[in-house]
Design a binder for this molecule. Structure first.
Ligand SMILES: [Zn+2]
Length: 255
């Protein structure tokens, strides 16, 4: 009997922990038909995946939704459509890492449009705050990011910041980016940032030259939005990003 109780304690602790994180004791492993239909008609990355990968994508989106707390700001509530698309954006970026769910980040704050940030007293479209375990997004700008394949995508940009932090912050998911590939990436990034500053590089927008983190985020936007052009203009950088993120969006272009 005592042994039984001893075995029961960690199980109860796990349920309590999950309840505190998600408001439910049960993990969600499956998306409803309504959510799947919504992805099918609104999320291009998902549309292009082969059937087997689609199933994996759905399960990962379901898990992401159930493991985050979505908090509305300057609006009444975060709709299920917002939750599905924001989560899909995170899974698109992390699809090469089956176990990475950006688990350090517990809260997704959604504003209807750009918001005033106390951090630097400017209007922001998005930000990632590791101390508060929070990813913040302007819904208007998130949607606009997916409307045009122009190399600008707020959702992917902020998720890219979150991914690098998740990799650095010691927690259950850290240190998943390959060290050698990451070192190769940093050296290529440094060169391209110099070229942007010198006005030689035009494919990546100027903001990418701000620092390593911003260059990575801007490159991620282009990696998914304009992969064929990225590969043609910067084949080695593109290949490095494929190895770093363990996926190749150009292959999906053919589907
Ligand atoms: Zn940024």
């Amino acid at each position: 009997m005592e042994l039984f109780l001893l075995l029961l304690i960690p199980l109860i602790a796990r349920f309590v922990n999950r309840y505190q994180k998600t408001g439910s004791v049960f993990p969600a492993f499956y998306l409803s038909t309504k959510h799947k239909e919504f992805l099918k008609s609104n999320f291009e990355f998902y549309q292009k995946l082969p059937p087997k990968s689609k199933k994996i994508f759905e399960r990962r989106v379901a898990l992401f939704i159930s493991s985050k707390k979505f908090i509305p700001r300057n609006m009444d509530h975060v709709t299920w459509e917002m939750k599905v698309l924001i989560s899909a954006s995170a899974i698109q970026l992390t699809f090469g890492f089956p176990r990475v769910n950006l688990s350090w980040f517990r809260y997704i704050l959604v504003y209807p449009e750009s918001f005033y940030s106390r951090t630097n007293q400017q209007r922001h479209k998005g930000e990632v705050n590791p101390k508060a375990k929070t990813i913040v997004l302007s819904w208007k700008d998130f949607v606009e990011g997916y409307l045009k394949p122009d190399g600008r995508n707020l959702g992917l940009h902020e998720m890219a910041h979150a991914l690098r932090l998740e990799n650095r912050i010691m927690n259950e998911e850290y240190n998943f980016l390959d060290h050698e590939v990451l070192a190769e990436w940093e050296s290529r990034a440094l060169n391209t940032m110099k070229e942007i500053k010198n006005g030689v590089e035009e494919f990546f927008r100027k903001y990418g030259a701000t620092n390593n983190e911003e260059f990575f985020a801007v490159a991620v936007e282009n990696f998914f939005e304009r992969p064929t052009e990225f590969k043609a203009r910067h084949p080695l950088t593109y290949q490095t990003m494929c190895r770093l993120l363990r996926q190749d969006p150009v292959l999906l272009e053919k589907n």
